[in-house]
Write a protein of this length. Structure first.
Length: 148
């Protein structure tokens, strides 16, 4: 089965990129903040009276703030550039055609099946409603009011 990807939704891409990059940024910001706290604590112990007495505590707090700010900045930049890439893809796909995807249906795994098939008597099909064409109009409700 060959499919062509002609358009990518920009807003869904930006939302996913924001969340994913925010989580990555939180992890990286946490690592950088922890390193800052460790370095501040080491400088506090080695510096003696020359450096402020609570440098380790201040650098630890700065590390936590840095982790949050880093994750917000990383998420925002990632969402912006992902949205820009999706937008550029849509423009390019309009000019030269979309990407070609060759998809193959895999065999189901052995075990209980979760697919809903027509052969399964426990699955009831929804009632079908008549399809109205644009020229057809639905009947209007009758009114009982009269004029004198």
């Amino acid at each position: 089965m060959v499919y062509h990807l002609k358009r990518i939704g920009i807003w869904p891409v930006a939302k996913i990129a924001f969340v994913v990059n925010g989580l990555i940024g939180l992890g990286l910001g946490g690592v950088y903040g922890l390193m800052l706290a460790i370095i501040g604590g080491l400088m506090d112990r080695m510096g003696g009276n020359i450096i402020a007495e609570n440098l380790g505590l201040m650098s630890g707090l700065a590390g936590m703030v840095f982790a949050v700010l880093f994750s917000i900045a990383y998420a925002s930049a990632g969402a912006f550039f992902a949205a820009l890439a999706a937008w550029l893809y849509n423009i390019t796909a309009h000019w030269i055609g979309g990407m070609e995807l060759d998809l193959e249906l895999q065999q189901p795994l052995p075990g209980p099946s979760l697919s809903l098939s027509q052969d399964d008597p426990s699955v009831s099909s929804p009632a079908t409603e008549p399809v109205l064409h644009p020229d057809d109009q639905a009947p209007e409700p009758s009114s009982t009011s009269s004029t004198i």
